[in-house]
Design a protein around this ligand. Structure first.
Ligand SMILES: [Zn+2]
Length: 244
């Protein structure tokens, strides 16, 4: 009798993943686009919704999509490069293979340079964006994720302004990782990154003063880094307590 090799469910989901990935990589679905619903996908691929869900879960883990809940919920395509790096960095952090002091060291090296470049590329539009971002930071804190987004806004604008895409990709990944780590630890937002930390940085960048921008960003990174490192200690201690 002919003997067939069993086909594992995971093979089916791999085939679904391949096609979805292709449609993203070839630009059919662009960053921000919503993928068809689970039901539509399962009809088109002619596989069960369990398989579709598994494929989406893996794509999300690999950083290709994010799943949002609620009325406008669904699977959305991400900015690939950056999210992928964030997810890789986060895995390394959770596996205890990279630490916050190491992340901090890299930020300390890169961020003043990024700020220096940004100051030399100041335009009225960027100046306006920075000033608005600074005002938003002063609004009352609502939730931790919103607070982190507000505080990271200025770092992201400066990264975009610097004009070097490798620096920008690195900064987005490092900020993304910082956000995930802070969310995991869930500290008091005013403690880790108090208001007002960015004022000197923004003033120097808006004035187009590269030297002062680099200096102000260095000081900010050192101040934030100290809080961040203390915060990680708490997290590792709490987790080792939980595992006993
Ligand atoms: Zn900051």
């Amino acid at each position: 009798m002919q003997r067939f090799k069993p086909v594992r469910q995971s093979r089916v989901s791999e085939a679904v993943i391949e096609q979805l990935k292709d449609s993203i990589l070839t630009g059919y679905f662009k960053p921000g686009d919503k993928l068809p619903s689970e039901r539509e996908l399962s009809e088109q691929f002619q596989v069960s919704r369990v398989v579709v869900r598994e494929a989406l879960r893996k794509l999300e883990h690999a950083g290709f999509i994010v799943t949002r809940q609620g009325a406008t919920g669904g699977a959305y395509v991400t900015e690939l490069t950056f999210e992928y790096l964030v997810s890789a960095f986060l895995d390394l952090f959770l596996a205890d293979k990279i630490s916050i002091p190491e992340l901090y060291q890299v930020r300390l090296l890169i961020e003043p340079e990024v700020a220096r470049l940004a100051a030399s590329n100041i335009t009225p539009e960027f100046a306006q964006q920075l000033k608005e971002a600074l005002e938003i930071e002063d609004l009352p804190v609502t939730t931790l994720p919103i607070d982190i987004d507000r505080k990271q806004r200025i770092h992201l604008i400066i990264a975009e302004m610097c004009g070097n895409h490798v620096f920008e990709a690195l900064m987005r990944s490092l900020l993304g990782l910082t956000k995930k780590v802070v969310e995991a630890v869930n500290p008091d937002p005013d403690y880790v990154h108090p208001k007002g930390m960015h004022r000197a940085v923004v003033e120097a960048v808006v004035a187009g003063n590269s030297e002062a921008a680099a200096e102000a960003m260095k000081k900010h990174t050192i101040d934030f880094g100290e809080n961040f490192i203390k915060m990680e200690k708490t997290y590792r201690e709490r987790n080792s307590v939980l595992s006993f």
